[in-house]
Design a protein around this ligand. Sequence first.
Ligand code: NDP
Length: 294
Amino acid sequence: MKIINGKETALTIRLELKEKVDKLKVSGNDVPGLVTILVGDNPASEVYVSSKIKACSEIGIRSKAEKLSSDTSEKELLNLVQKYNEDKNYHGILVQLPLPGHINEDKVIEAISPQKDVDGFHPISIGNLVIGKDTFVSCTPAGIHELFKRYNIETKGKHVVVVGRSNIVGKPIANIMLQKKAYANSIVTVCHSAAKELSYYTKQADILIAAMGSPEFIKGDMVKEGVVVIDVGINRIEDPTKPKGYRLVGDVAYDQVAPKSAFITPVPGGVGPMTIAMLLQNTYKAYLKINGMN
Ligand code: NDP
């Protein structure tokens, strides 16, 4: 069994990007810029945004954090997005979700210029992914794909079983793995809550991607020997022995599943750290594309 160390891989990617950004500076170029837009004061969103901003500054990407009050109108937010669509200093625009209930998230996502859609949530980005064109791929699925590459995991012709069909994880990773490309080209099954007997599907997986949001749901007897396991879930469970009173677990019962696995991602330290690394990568890519440098 080999542990896929997402923390280490993400750090390597960040250092590679830093070198690229440094080279831009040395050759007198502008650097990539990312603007984050946060509406309201959801504590989890605040933590996510601040870690994205910190990651940008560590590798030399210019960043700006727009923080708007929770009573910001949809129109005001759309105007701000439009302002950054036109601002040449910012190559990526990230609107932190979820938005307050009075704002239509779809409308806001669709207002972001597809050229600056570093989160990969715009319908044009998703459409391009489905038809196999180069595009911005949402960060968590892009991070999973990157892990397959970096760990040289054979995916061609393998049966990938994805548990979860969300627009941000399940559907995009299923579409990535379907592509006739390196580290994809797989046979893909997507499961969701209507599956009567989930283990019927998971037991067939050569590669199992669990993105359900159910703590330790995938047990040892639900997988076959030699499976590659990507655990996307991040769930808090009560643990009075921990200072915070909780600990993080994935969707996979790690202690049971790891001994049967060829490769497995831990939680934390597996898929999670890859997400921000891919956001930085997408911002760099947006910069290159906008400047005709790719
Ligand atoms: P969603 O809640 O949007 O989707 C969960 C999916 O899992 C749904 O499609 C649901 O089916 C399916 N599902 C839930 N329970 C079962 C079950 N018992 N059997 C089969 N299918 C089931 O979650 P997300 O995709 O947003 O996130 C999934 C997990 O990944 C969460 O723990 C989240 O915290 C984590 N996450 C981690 C990220 C990171 O590492 N950076 C980023 C994003 C998410 P149905 O559609 O029928 O309801």
